[in-house]
Design a protein around this ligand. Structure first.
Ligand code: MTE
Ligand code: MO
Length: 499
């Protein structure tokens, strides 16, 4: 029963803390402060493992684990409070100190972020103290007045916890408001629309990755445990640092500029050989180059440090942003406002660079600076400063360990080398001679390209391998490298059984 009291007191801590966070500000939730801090403190190998193992579900796995650990912790606190008072209360207080430390150390937070944790922990300690008190008479705990008192108090506290938690979610209308604002947005069409796609850009082969990735299927990678919610009316971008003049831009100002629309394939540096952390969408936005020129970068500057509303940062080479490529401050994805999880209302998209050095979502700040003066979220964690996307090719069909009938089978997939383009794809069987695959039309050098090859399959177990050559004539390297520090390399292969 003491353990149960501990769990209920833990629930009160959490619920009241969340409720209090509503009064302090949208990003001050203690639960998410603790969760996000754990994400940041997680060692690199474990994070990569979580992304590659659980993919989109990595956050849910973390939240469930966190919930389970907290429940266990609270049960232990209850038990301790019964056996060795006031150790239980001290354990809850310790948790409170950890939550406060996490909250005030979040990027962009201040001392006020401690308030929800303080209120929550005070409520939790009071609850635990009330619930786990010595019985007035030893026999009362089994069936008497103390037992009734305990059950009533526990039920009451559990009710309070649930009410506070649900109430805080209910009252936290911000997300709803922002979703509605997104629905209401009527964005101007692009002054410079995306060139229409060549007719034969897409294969009609079952199982091949679609040329355009629907928003709902687009991979998502970020460090945000809770998707940041930014109302377009509140959004503002500041371009400052080593510039002639600071530029400040509101959402309305941004969308009234002449926007361009381009199809660009985005890729995550964590993508393993054969992995699917890549997607192509039509992005609408304003060229970052124009905005940077308006600010007037200092001749000594060589980097732009972008910061998102939740404090995440990325460092992008200034020369890449100003070399004429379609580096965009994007507001729309495949014809609709950015989905919240893909950076609503504004994100960066830079063709040719991995996402972690270029594709900052929920971006609110661009500081023109130098690589020797500032670092970013992932470059602080051992990832490379410069990260152009490596040439990659992938066999989508047949799948690994597929069973095929002997005879003609189509082998097909995608290849990418953004901003250089793909000029050739080759396939071999069991390390035999390389055979040229057929390429579909190229939409642009900034997008992936599909390919296929007709294989006359003979019975037995076979290994199919693929390699690509980029638009500069450079062959994709066979050297195997892991994603860290600047992207995986090596040739993709699949093993199939022909019967
Ligand atoms: N604010 C923010 N932006 C971010 C990230 C992040 O963690 N936070 N991750 C980057 C990484 S590593 C990648 S690969 C791309 C992924 O963009 P997507 O989730 O829209 O596919 O976003 C980039 N932008
Ligand atoms: Mo990434």
């Amino acid at each position: 029963m003491a353990a149960l009291a501990g769990v209920v007191a833990g629930g009160v801590t959490l619920g009241v803390g969340e409720l209090a966070s509503l009064l302090v500000g949208p990003m001050t939730s203690p639960f998410f402060a603790v969760g996000n801090t754990i994400v940041d403190l997680t060692p690199e190998w474990l994070k990569s493992f979580a992304i590659s193992t659980f993919g989109e579900n990595d956050k849910n796995v973390l939240l469930l684990t966190l919930g389970a650990v907290l429940t266990l912790f609270a049960a232990v606190a209850g038990w301790l409070q019964l056996r060795r008072p006031p150790l239980g209360l001290m354990l809850v207080a310790l948790l409170g100190v950890a939550a406060i430390a996490a909250a005030v150390n979040r990027p962009g937070s201040d001392a006020a972020y401690a308030i929800p944790s303080i209120i929550g922990v005070t409520a939790g300690i009071t609850t635990l103290w009330l619930l786990v008190r010595q019985p007035s008479e030893p026999t009362n705990i089994v069936s008497g007045a103390d037992r009734r008192r305990f059950l009533m108090l526990t039920a009451g506290a559990a009710g309070l916890a649930v009410f506070a938690f649900l109430g805080s979610r209910r009252l936290g209308q911000t997300r709803q408001d922002v979703l509605e604002a997104r629905d209401r947005l009527r964005m101007p069409r692009a002054a410079d629309p995306a060139p229409s796609l060549p007719a034969d850009v897409e294969l009609d082969v079952d199982g091949v990755t679609p040329f355009t990735t629907p928003n709902s299927d687009f991979y998502r990678v970020d460090t945000a445990l809770e998707v940041p919610v930014v109302h377009p009316d509140d959004w503002q971008l500041r371009i400052h640092g080593m510039v002639d003049r600071t530029v400040v831009l509101t959402f309305d100002q941004l969308v009234s500029l002449p926007l361009v629309e381009r199809m660009i394939t985005l890729t995550c540096v964590s993508n393993e050989i054969g992995g699917n952390l890549a997607g192509s969408a039509v992005w609408r936005g304003y060229p970052l180059e124009e905005l940077l020129l308006e600010a007037g970068p200092d001749a000594n500057a060589d980097m732009v440090l972008s910061t998102s509303v939740d404090g995440y940062t990325a460092s992008t080479p200034l020369d890449v942003l100003t070399d004429g490529r379609d580096a965009l401050l994007a507001v729309a994805m495949n014809g609709e406002p950015l989905p919240l999880r893909h950076g609503f209302p504004v994100r960066m998209v830079v063709p040719g660079l991995y996402g972690y050095v270029s594709a900052t979502k929920w971006v609110v700040d661009l500081e023109v600076t130098r690589f020797d003066q500032a670092t970013a979220y992932w470059t602080d964690r051992g990832w490379a400063d410069r990260a152009p996307i490596k040439t990659a090719s992938r066999i989508d069909v047949p799948g690994s360990f597929a069973r095929l009938d002997a005879g003609t089978n189509v082998v097909a997939g995608v290849a990418w080398a953004q901003h250089r383009g793909i000029s050739r794809v080759e396939v071999n069987v069991d390390d035999g001679p390389w055979q040229d695959a057929e390429l579909t039309a190229e939409a642009s050098a900034d997008t992936w390209r599909q390919w296929f090859w007709d294989w006359d399959a003979t019975p037995g177990r076979h290994t199919l391998r693929v390699r690509a050559t980029d638009g500069d004539g450079e062959l994709q390297t066979s050297d195997k490298a892991p994603p860290i520090p600047d992207g995986a390399s090596g040739w993709h292969s699949v093993v199939v059984e022909v019967v």
